[in-house]
Design a protein around this ligand. Structure first.
Ligand SMILES: Nc1ncnc2c1ncn2[C@@H]1O[C@H](COP(=O)(O)OP(=O)(O)O)[C@@H](O)[C@H]1O
Ligand SMILES: [Mg+2]
Length: 324
């Protein structure tokens, strides 16, 4: 089971779009995929569920990641995530031909309460290193995922909130790879740099606390998440080619020492603005323009390659549309 956190320091850069499309495409290839929505905006959840259905079938039934976090009791093992997993019906039907599985742990609009609660348990934003709840908080999600059957999923994709708070850090502690989406502009490049700094500081801190507390508790496995790369989305094209600014941004990101995906997504309102209504991501929609569909397929192939999972048979991706 590979766990990938899709994270960035900002909102509106494509985290949810990537999570939904990559997760769905890989499930359509016949794999078992679990998506986890950790953003209180719940955009990933609402890409697969109509708000009314979310309310009655998930929120009211306490089947969201918020409800799971709220079962936290100090010094107990994390409760299983199993009962919080749902299968979005429209997407399930759309991917069924390939024999895969696409599941979701839904978010809640009030997930921000959890962020505050967990931060408080750590003793505030700054003072958390010495507190006894450090691992209870940060390892909670990883333990929750470990409580699932070891072979239940081939891939878990986590859609993180648009900042580097406790919930994002818990996702980092639960993942083995981080995927960073960005728009090709200067502010995003600065955001990536900031994010990488936060990421390495958190990993350092976690491993340091693990060392310091090693005599007191069962050994904590050290973190070593790998940055899979930066995916550029909303790339502007001029006369069919990326604008010359793009090369500059790619060079700037290269200088930060993170790989930039060769595959990127052009800006396309037709592909991405309307798809939320149909409860299906663009990668499955026949409304998606040919160029965008092909970019999505290239992106998923490169994702699998970088993940070291090329055996997933990504050539099946091209078979969905005869024209790709
Ligand atoms: N390539 C694209 N072209 C046009 N709009 C896009 C593209 N990718 C994403 N969007 C739209 O941009 C908005 C922000 O993307 P989203 O994935 O929700 O970002 P985040 O999860 O980082 O906040 C959404 O409305 C989404 O549909
Ligand atoms: Mg989002």
């Amino acid at each position: 089971m590979k766990v990938v956190a899709v994270a960035s320091y900002k909102g509106g850069v494509g985290k949810t779009t990537l999570t939904a499309n990559i997760g769905t495409a890989i499930a359509r290839l016949g794999k078992r995929v679990l998506m986890v929505d950790l953003d209180p905006q719940a955009n990933l959840t609402f890409s697969f569920y109509r708000p009314q259905v979310w309310r009655t079938e998930l929120a009211d039934q306490r089947r969201t990641v918020k409800a799971w976090f709220e079962t936290w009791r100090p010094d107990t093992t994390a409760p299983s995530l199993q009962g919080y997993i749902t299968t979005p019906p429209e997407a399930a039907e759309a991917i069924s031909a390939g024999g895969g599985q696409l599941d979701l742990i839904a978010s809640h609009l009030a997930l921000g309460d959890v962020e505050m609660d967990l931060t408080a348990r750590l003793g505030g934003a700054q003072a958390h290193r010495s507190t006894r709840h450090y691992f209870d908080v940060y390892q909670r999600l990883s333990h929750g995922l470990e409580s699932l059957d070891a072979d239940a999923y081939d891939l878990v994709v986590i859609d993180c909130p648009p900042h580097f708070g406790v919930v994002t850090r818990a996702a980092i502690a639960a993942c083995d790879h981080v995927l960073i989406p960005a728009r090709p502009d200067l502010l995003s490049t600065l955001g990536i740099e900031h994010m990488l700094g936060k990421l390495s500081r958190f990993v350092w801190e976690f491993n340091r606390v693990a060392e310091l507390q090693s005599g007191l508790r069962p050994a904590v496995k050290k973190l070593d998440p790998r940055v899979l790369g930066v995916v550029l989305i909303m790339v502007q094209y001029y006369r069919g080619r990326p604008t010359s600014f793009l090369r500059r941004h790619i060079d700037q990101i290269d200088e930060l020492g993170v790989p930039v995906f060769t595959a990127m997504l052009r800006a396309s309102n037709r592909a991405f603005a309307g798809s939320a209504d149909a409860q299906l991501p663009a990668v499955l929609s026949m409304e998606t323009p040919y160029e965008v569909a092909r970019e999505l397929v290239d992106l998923v192939e490169e994702f699998l390659r970088r993940l070291g999972a090329s055996g997933l048979g990504s050539e099946g991706l091209r078979g969905w549309r005869g024209d790709i």
